[in-house]
Design a protein around this ligand. Structure first.
Ligand code: 2BA
Length: 109
């Protein structure tokens, strides 16, 4: 069994959730915040059997979209020193960022 931890842009939340539900997968959504943009995103926890891993990753990939976002001034702990950016910087965010972990044990009571 695997645990997929997928970080999705807020704007793709509904599309990904609907597609996972339509395909019959269980998931948990957690509101999260990216450390760089300090913007809301959504983290999906999805437990799957090994053979479901690739189909689920495909659903996530097909329903999330990379977008350019502009950041005017990165937080000081991200970009230390006295650096202050005058012009907004373009950052390409997502589609999705996914981590896949082995699940040692799964219990459901
Ligand atoms: P954020 O941390 O808000 O990052 C948004 C986007 O900013 C990133 O998109 C990346 O293109 C850029 N970025 C992040 N840190 C940067 C830095 N130190 N310098 C320059 N550019 C930087 P994605 O890579 O698609 O990441 C989207 C979101 O996924 C991230 O939002 C974060 O919440 C999560 N994420 C990405 N990589 C991660 C990792 N290794 N561990 C945990 N979460 C991660």
């Amino acid at each position: 069994m695997k645990l997929i931890l997928a970080i999705i842009q807020e704007r793709d939340r509904k599309r990904v959730a609907d597609a996972l539900s339509a395909a019959g997968y269980f998931y948990t959504k957690i509101a999260s915040t990216g450390g760089f943009l300090r913007d809301g995103n959504v983290t999906f926890l999805i437990g799957v059997d090994n053979e479901q891993l690739d189909p689920v990753l495909e659903i996530i990939r097909d329903n999330s979209e990379a977008r350019d976002q502009y950041v005017s001034m990165p937080p000081p702990d991200v970009m230390p020193s006295a650096a202050v950016l005058q012009a907004p910087v373009k950052v390409n965010v997502g589609g999705a960022v996914a981590f896949v972990m082995d699940v040692e044990r799964f219990e459901r009571w």
